[in-house]
Design a protein around this ligand. Sequence first.
Ligand SMILES: C[S@@+](CC[C@H](N)C(=O)[O-])C[C@H]1O[C@@H](n2cnc3c(N)ncnc32)[C@H](O)[C@@H]1O
Length: 204
Amino acid sequence: MGLYTEHIEPRLVNLACSSRVIAPYRSKLVPRASGEVLEIGFGSGLNLPHYDAARVSRLHLLEPNAPIRRLAESRLRQSALPNAILDAGAEAVPLPDDSIDTVLVTFTYCTVPDLAGALREARRVLKPGGRLLFAEHGLAPDAGVARWQHRIQPVWGRLAGGCHLTRDIPSALRAAGFDLPELEQGYAERAPRFAGYISTGAAA
Ligand SMILES: C[S@@+](CC[C@H](N)C(=O)[O-])C[C@H]1O[C@@H](n2cnc3c(N)ncnc32)[C@H](O)[C@@H]1O
């Protein structure tokens, strides 16, 4: 691993994800997680303070990137929630079928290399009646913004850890067989539009 991927990229990801622009999405979504919870791509652990300890039995925290996982250590020490770290990718979750009540994913499905595979795995581990809570940025509905997203994607992807600006996450969820009983979409306030079109809700 080079200097950039070992030291610089994890800190840039942590900095970008710590933005005040993103915080309201976390505080609205994360407290809704309950039971056995699988968080996909938990990164530097920025969602940890938002979980409702009274509702969560155990957190399964999946993150394949060791340098980013290290940035979560102090937040993990401060959390009283029982947790298990999973050193794995979303495309091959090391958990049994029908074992999870809530899959939580924030600003990660933009980055996983095989989105369809990751969504198949999320469905596999969810119990019947379980749900997937998500907040993700992606393809904007305005043609002018979408054009810019496609234009800058090649450079952006290399700088931002493989992040895709042009994924339509709700469509990918539906294609994977999820229903979306709750979906809110719009541009985040004070964010550049090319990176700030957010879809958030619950899939079942
Ligand atoms: C922009 S960060 C978001 C981190 C965290 N979810 C948050 O909201 O702060 C994207 C995360 O996806 C993780 N990631 C990349 N590829 C992944 C994969 N195949 N499976 C799971 N997570 C992955 C990255 O390591 C990184 O931690």
